[in-house]
Design a protein around this ligand. Structure first.
Ligand SMILES: [Ca+2]
Ligand SMILES: [Ca+2]
Ligand SMILES: [Ca+2]
Length: 287
């Protein structure tokens, strides 16, 4: 059979064209306090307008007793350049275990187009109540990261001899990973699960986009903070350190990388202070 050039696929149509994934990170500031004996327990719900109706796409985790939450959960959305994608971010104070939004106290909302967030990279806006009035001093910050680079990083982390923070018991350690934002502030990228009652935690391996963790720059300094989880939300700081993906990639299964977890206050006070434990990179793979 004669070789024929197969016809090019039909030209791009509508939303099939120019799609890329965008990751949105959400923080709240000065949220309304809707609990009587403690602070609000905020979570954020993302809606998108579909045929004139708001459809829920996703929700963050709940931050306990925290009026200035940085949510670890990211929203990942397909970005269609030529379409107007209207989004709404609504914050609620979780009062019950119910998933029904009307069961929770409303903390305000903000709506705009995805294009506006992507072009600004990061925006901070006033939250509004249903009547269009500001929700107290409540603000929302939304940061966008285009996931143009497909690489992901998988990290296996553990800890050893971490400081004991709980009066009765040990510690309930978890890790937070931060990267420097364009404004010079540290931006939360990932939070591990909590491992209860131990000073030698082993966290589950986790995978995040490489651009999320370090903007794709393996030499970029990132910060890791270790906390002791407390159910009232007043987590205790154990220690921190800075490293880079390149450095963490030195870890190999047979030879894990050990990093000192430092509490700067303790370091200043105590002459014989060494560290507040060791954080171990058991393995680090970029693929
Ligand atoms: Ca409440
Ligand atoms: Ca509360
Ligand atoms: Ca604890």
């Amino acid at each position: 059979m004669a070789y024929t050039v197969s016809p090019a696929p039909a030209g791009p149509v509508g939303s099939q064209y120019c799609v890329c994934k965008v990751e949105l990170s959400i923080c709240g500031q000065n949220l309304l306090d809707r609990d009587v004996t403690s602070k609000s327990d905020p979570f954020c719900v993302l809606f998108m307008e579909v045929d004139g109706k708001w459809v829920e796409l996703d929700r963050t985790e709940t931050a306990v007793n925290n009026l200035n939450p940085a949510f670890a959960k990211k929203f990942i959305i397909d970005y269609h350049f030529e379409e107007v994608q209207k989004l709404k971010f609504a914050l609620f104070d979780q009062d019950k275990s119910s998933t029904q939004l009307y069961e929770h106290d409303f903390l305000g909302e903000f709506s705009c187009t995805l294009g506006m967030i992507v072009s600004s990279k990061k925006i901070t806006r006033t939250l509004l109540l249903g009547n269009g009035k500001p929700a107290g001093k409540g603000m929302i910050t939304i940061a966008a990261q285009e996931l143009s680079d497909n690489r992901v990083i998988t990290l296996s982390m553990a800890g050893r001899k971490l400081d004991k923070k709980d009066l009765f018991g040990k510690s309930d350690p978890f890790l937070e990973f931060y990267k420097p934002g364009d404004d010079g502030k540290w931006m939360l990228v990932h939070r591990t699960e909590v491992i209860k009652y131990t000073l030698d935690p082993v966290w589950k391996p986790f995978t995040v986009p490489l651009v999320s963790l370090c903007d794709g720059d393996v030499e970029k300094l990132i910060k890791v903070i270790c906390y002791d989880y407390d159910s009232d939300g007043g987590h205790d700081f154990i220690g921190e350190f800075q490293t880079s993906v390149a450095r963490m990639c030195e870890a190999q299964d047979a030879l894990p990388l050990e990093l000192e977890c430092i509490n700067p206050k303790k370091q200043k006070k105590k002459k014989n202070y060494k560290n507040s434990g060791i954080i171990i990179v058991k393995s680090c793979k970029v693929s």
